[in-house]
Design a protein around this ligand. Structure first.
Ligand SMILES: Nc1ncnc2c1ncn2[C@@H]1O[C@H](COP(=O)(O)OP(=O)(O)OP(=O)(O)O)[C@@H](O)[C@H]1O
Ligand SMILES: [Mg+2]
Length: 248
């Protein structure tokens, strides 16, 4: 489904992503792990068009998407989680999701929207809120939500464009253990129900081992290992890479 060839991103002298060859299949949850500064987020920025690679190629469903602008990549079916800063803070949960849903069709304009199209948007928004367990908070302003609910709303914006592939960079960051587990269960359920491929960056190794079908380990910009959770857990090079970063 998604492939990279010799993907490289340099920031001056630093190779943040270095000759990465990825091949990610349609099925299951694929996680990217690695110590701080390994290049995980940079890899996501490359895959979603927010950064242009220094070298290499990205192919999505066999098509070369290297260097395309983010909105063009969204149109190909790839979405990513947004940052809290991307929420319209003064608007409600429902309004945020409506805007994101409407953005799906550039030509669609709220003023000219037919009543059918409007009904579809509202139905989709209601469904999203239900899936995210945000229905009761429908009329609450984004800036009044708890941190956890804001993260759900960010996830909602990423889902509103109806992607085939979604990239989530630490969706449980800043959450306690229990809340993280709930969020991850929710994410798993949604991607399953909607048949969306998930690529996940996650710090919590225990969680990664539980939910992933495949794992890629990055270290200093390079792929250190790839395999299923059992293989990764048993890999000595991976264990070494994590020594000294434990407890962070
Ligand atoms: N815009 C940038 N300009 C210069 N250096 C950058 C930039 N973005 C990232 N870097 C550097 O590239 C390296 C990889 O950073 P990246 O954020 O991709 O790591 P990460 O694996 O996501 O780390 P973390 O687990 O801490 O989120 C780091 O050394 C970082 O300082
Ligand atoms: Mg990161």
């Amino acid at each position: 489904m998604l492939e990279t060839k010799h993907l490289t991103k340099k920031f001056g002298e630093l190779q943040a992503v270095s000759d990465v060859n990825l091949s990610i299949s349609r099925d299951g949850i694929h996680s990217i792990i690695g110590p701080n500064g390994a290049g995980k987020s940079t890899l996501f920025h490359l895959l979603t068009g927010y950064l242009k690679p220094t070298e290499g190629e990205i192919r999505y469903n066999e098509e070369d998407i290297t260097g395309l602008a983010p909105r063009k990549i969204v149109r190909k079916g790839i979405s990513r989680s947004f940052q809290i800063a991307d929420l319209f803070e003064g608007l409600t949960v429902k309004e945020n999701l409506q805007i994101a849903t409407q953005a799906l069709d550039e030509k669609r304009n709220a003023i000219w929207m037919s009543s059918d199209a409007l009904t579809t948007t509202l139905e989709k928004t209601d469904q999203l809120m239900a899936d995210l367990e945000l229905s009761e908070l429908s009329d609450v302003r984004a800036d009044a939500l708890s941190h956890g609910d804001q993260r759900k709303l960010e996830m909602g914006l990423a889902l509103a464009v109806e992607p085939d592939l979604i990239l989530l960079d630490e969706p449980t960051a800043g959450m306690g253990k229990q809340e993280s587990v709930q969020m991850m269960n929710l994410i798993q359920r949604i991607v399953n129900d909607r048949d969306i491929k998930l690529i996940l960056i996650e710090h919590d190794i225990e969680m990664v081992m539980q939910i992933s079908d495949r794992i890629t380990v990055l270290n200093r910009g390079e792929i250190l290992a790839e395999g299923d959770p059992k293989e990764i857990q048993a890999n000595e090079r991976v264990q070494e890479a994590y020594i000294g970063t434990e407890g962070e």
